[in-house]
Structure formats: C-alpha cells, structure tokens
Design a protein around this ligand. Structure first.
Ligand SMILES: [Zn+2]
Length: 256
C-alpha cells in the first residue's frame, strides 16, 4: 500500500466527486491520506473530511502565501483532534515577492514570523512539521536548524536543494511528488539519489503538480503510483519495496 502524505482533498476542485477520488485511489493501493492545511478558510473542511473517512488525517497550518490570515487560536482549536497528525503546511516562499525593497523586507519578515510561530506550536504539542520551501532554502534551513524540535517533519520538496539534505540528520523526511516524473526535473533527479531510503515519503500535492502522463489534468491521490514507479526505478528496487518503505516512513513520522 501507499500513503499520500500531502493531498489537498479540502480543495474546491474535489467538491463534486471527493468520494470517487478517494475510491479510485484506494483501488490503486493508496490507502491513507493526509490533508495539510494551507488556507484557514478550508481547515474546517479538512477536519470534516477526516472525521467522515477513517483513513484520512489532517494537519493544522497556514501556507506562506496566506501568512496574513494566520490565526494561532484557530490552529490550537484543532491541534489536539485525534486525526490531527502534524503542523503545516508552513514555511517560506519567496517565489512571488513584491516589487520594491521595503515591501520585500516586510513580506519576508511576516513569513518568517508566521513560520516560527508554527514551529513553536509544533514543538509545544509534539507534532511533526509539514514544510513548504520555495526559493527560500537558505532562510528555511537557518530557521529549522535553530528552532525545529526532535519530532522533525517533512520537506515538501518539489524545489529540491542539496543544502536541505542536512536536515535528514535532524529528523526530517523528504516528500517526493509528481515533479520527479517530469523530464525537465533535473534538480530533483540530481538530489533524489542522495536522500536516504528511510527518509523518503510519497506525496501528490493534489490538485497541483500532476505527474506524467497526466500533466495538464487535475491531480489526484490515485496518481501516487506514477511517482512510486519512478522512485522504484531510480532507487533500483521494486514498486512493492518502495511502497512498503515509504509507508513505514510515513507511519513512523506521523505516528499512524
Ligand atoms: Zn501543498
């Protein structure tokens, strides 16, 4: 079996056929799902989906794009829920920064503050982190090295970077998604062999980052098999072995 450790099932794009999406995934061997919270507006929905489906879990968090909507009290309201397995996705994203110098500074400062507050929350409640990093490896590494607790977490790493491999020793895992199946994913293909097998996780990031051969379509957890297939090929092991290893890794990290 496979665990999709990062799928946004609370996204509006599944509102009409969520049950079919889950069923298709299960038929493909994807048996457990984790919904990372991104937007505080859909957190309630993630909680509801987890309550309605035994094999769906969620995380509480605020994506760096939504840093302005950060509301610690809302996260604390759900963090002790029995289906809450992590804090995230939180992190830093410098891909879409404002134009002028002062605004850039303010944006980075806000993202860092919100990220650090969520790390503190994870440490306090002993939950692993689900971390989003884009064009911000250096700052993220600095913050995680000095603040993250021993419960570790996962780096949602479509934006792979050698620098971030250091965090494997600090209890961090690496979430591998559809980007690995892209022929132009040179950076990730270069980093992938350096990630220890016991630190690999599978994630679709559905509805985003759809793997080959479905690029252009809405992504969904059943496509985990395409990612697993590519990982097995690159690691020189069978599909069954990579599925087993990543499932054990996910169970260990998220304690499920
Ligand atoms: Zn995501």
């Amino acid at each position: 079996m496979i665990i999709d450790t990062h799928c946004h099932l609370d996204d509006n794009r599944y509102k009409d056929d969520l049950n079919e999406v889950i069923k298709r995934a299960e038929d493909n061997g994807v048996k457990i799902f984790i919904i990372p919270a991104a937007d505080p507006d859909t957190l309630q929905k993630a909680v509801q989906i987890s309550e309605a489906n035994e094999n769906v879990y969620f995380a509480v968090g605020v994506h760096p794009y939504d840093a302005r909507k950060y509301n610690r009290a809302l996260l604390e309201k759900f963090i002790e829920h029995p289906k809450c397995v992590a804090v995230g996705e939180c992190g830093l994203d410098y891909f879409r920064l404002p134009e002028n110098e002062d605004d850039i500074k303010a944006e980075k400062a806000l993202q860092k503050k919100v990220f650090m507050d969520q790390i503190e929350l994870a440490n306090r409640y002993n939950k692993p982190l689900i971390v989003h990093i884009r064009e911000a490896s250096h700052d993220s590494l600095e913050i995680l090295e000095s603040h993250a607790g021993k419960q570790g977490g996962v780096l949602h790493c479509y934006n792979a970077d050698h620098e971030l491999l250091k965090l494997a020793k600090k209890g961090f895992y690496y979430g591998i998604g559809g980007v690995l199946t892209f022929t132009n994913a040179r950076k990730l293909l270069d980093v992938y062999p350096k990630i220890p097998l016991d630190k690999l996780l599978i994630e679709t990031d559905a509805p985003y980052l759809t793997p080959h051969p479905h690029r252009g379509e809405r992504n969904e957890p059943s496509y985990c098999t395409h990612i697993a297939q590519k990982m097995a090929e690159l690691s020189g092991i069978s599909l069954e072995e990579i599925s087993d290893i990543t499932t054990q890794n996910a169970k260990r990290l998220f304690r499920i």
